[in-house]
Design a protein around this ligand. Structure first.
Ligand code: 5GP
Ligand code: ZN
Length: 113
């Protein structure tokens, strides 16, 4: 499958990895918009949240547990952070493998309304 994040997961493309377990990979965004800009992805390919069926939905809770671990390990839990999941064209999703952006390390601007 021609998927950038599947290639990073498979080790075919280098990723600056910050966390890995059997189900999830987290790596630094190549074009960070905050001092911390980490992408957290399931190792199983889903295009977006719309493709995660009810039986697989545990992975979404697991990703949030991983974000909690990363926030504490990196030391930005206390000051706070933002989790973003862009879905589809209007959501601005460019990479078609579900991913959660974790932004931290500065006071983040309010998103566009
Ligand atoms: P989206 O717009 O799909 O929500 O976010 C895709 C993100 O992937 C962007 O923030 C972009 O900077 C990041 N990205 C694109 N290509 C690469 C890459 O090759 N490596 C890494 N680490 N991040 C990438
Ligand atoms: Zn993929």
């Amino acid at each position: 499958m021609d998927c950038l994040f599947c290639k990073i997961i498979a080790g075919e493309i280098p990723g600056d990895i910050v966390y890995e377990d059997d189900k999830v990979l987290a790596f630094n965004d190549i074009n960070p918009v905050a001092p911390y800009h980490i992408l957290v992805v399931p190792k199983k390919h889903y295009e977006s949240i719309l493709d995660v069926n009810a039986e697989d939905m545990d992975i979404i809770a697991h990703i949030h547990k991983v974000i909690n671990i990363i926030a504490n390990e990196k030391g930005f839990a206390q000051n706070g952070f933002r989790i973003i999941n862009n879905c589809g064209a209007d959501g601005g999703q460019e990479v078609k493998h579900i991913h959660f952006h974790v932004l931290a390390g500065k006071k983040l601007p309010m998103y566009e309304k």
